[in-house]
Write a protein that binds this ligand. Structure first.
Ligand SMILES: Nc1ncnc2c1ncn2[C@@H]1O[C@H](COP(=O)(O)OP(=O)(O)OP(=O)(O)O)[C@@H](O)[C@H]1O
Ligand SMILES: [Mg+2]
Length: 295
């Protein structure tokens, strides 16, 4: 790492956490006389390029927190700053634009659109990006190929295994080249082989410098993260570093507009159109291979 004073503004930006949650609460009132404090004063900062696992018993507030982090839900109290910007200052249009540009969200239940092919599912987030039909298709095929699903482009979700559906869901989350990837138990319903495939993909996303936050119940999954945050009753119980995990990627994936060039194919390869420009913090050689990912 270079020693010296950072250029004005640059150092400050570099130190700005991607995720800055300050005393956030989320209270549900399913009926007038019932109040559920799903989040109860959560404070959490996550830096650029970190790989964090969120754990906790069922009902401890993990999904609620993830929805706040993904700007899918607003806190009842406290503040959430994403890349230094307070989400309370954003209107609905601003939030959806931000979700589209900066965040890839993988839902536990896949949430693929039924009766719609894998490639059409992955194209969906690109509909807002103003890309041509051809460009959307190219990028969706590239994302599916990256997760080992290049041979299943035209299968419907009902024609795919659980692990394959989850990989399509991951492809949909990364097709916009988001610097921040949030995943709610992405391996919760998978067998051990599919779990390994999906975890390889997340490891690669992290090696490329993306910030990866995932919820898991499994110690083996959490062991691959650099940091483990445990929730209980809507509070942070512990926040520990994993000594054995891979170090934070040197440099950082940009957090602003990803541009049309997109990301490199996961697993150390390069995708069509990317062949000459492996940009970003890692060289292809630094990627562990996800080539074992099966279609
Ligand atoms: N829409 C809602 N209305 C009312 N209560 C809710 C709502 N969503 C979640 N809760 C409650 O908030 C608490 C936290 O829920 P959350 O889904 O965040 O838990 P979790 O940690 O993700 O659990 P799991 O591991 O089972 O997925 C739970 O007690 C739940 O019943
Ligand atoms: Mg949950």
């Amino acid at each position: 790492m270079a020693v010296g004073l950072p250029a004005p503004g640059r150092g400050r930006r570099r130190r700005t956490p991607v995720i800055d949650v300050r005393d956030v609460s989320r209270v549900y009132r399913p009926t007038p006389d019932l109040e559920v404090r799903a989040l109860d004063g959560v404070t959490l900062r996550i830096g650029r390029g970190e790989h964090v696992a969120i754990m906790g018993t069922s009902g401890s507030g993990k999904s609620t927190l993830m929805h706040v982090l993904g700007c899918l839900d607003a806190p009842s109290g406290g503040r959430y700053l994403l890349d230094g910007v307070d989400m309370a200052d954003m209107d609905e249009d601003g939030l959806s634009d931000l979700r589209n540009r900066k965040i890839g969200f993988v839902f536990q239940a896949f949430n693929l659109v039924p009766r719609t092919s894998a490639v059409a599912n992955v194209e969906l987030p690109l509909a807002y990006a103003g890309l041509s039909r051809t460009e959307r298709r190219t990028r969706a095929v590239r994302a599916l190929t990256a997760v080992g699903m290049g041979e299943r482009l035209h299968h419907l979700p009902s024609e795919l295994s659980g692990g394959q559906q989850q990989r399509v869901a991951v492809a949909r989350a990364i097709v916009t080249d988001p610097p921040l990837v949030l995943a709610d138990e992405p391996t919760g319903n998978l067998d051990s082989r599919s779990t390994e495939d999906v975890l390889e993909i997340f490891d690669d996303l992290h090696r490329q410098g993306r910030t990866v936050v995932l919820i898991t119940h499994e110690d083996e999954v959490a062991d691959r993260a650099q940091r483990v945050v445990r929730l209980g009753d809507g509070r942070v119980l512990s926040d520990t570093l994993n000594a054995d995990a891979a170090p934070v990627a040197r440099g950082a994936h940009r957090t602003d507009d990803p541009g049309p060039g997109g990301w490199r194919t996961l697993g150390g390869g390069v995708g069509p159109g990317d062949r000459s420009s492996p940009s970003g913090p890692t060289s292809a050689g630094q990627h562990a291979s996800a080539a074992g990912v099966r279609a």
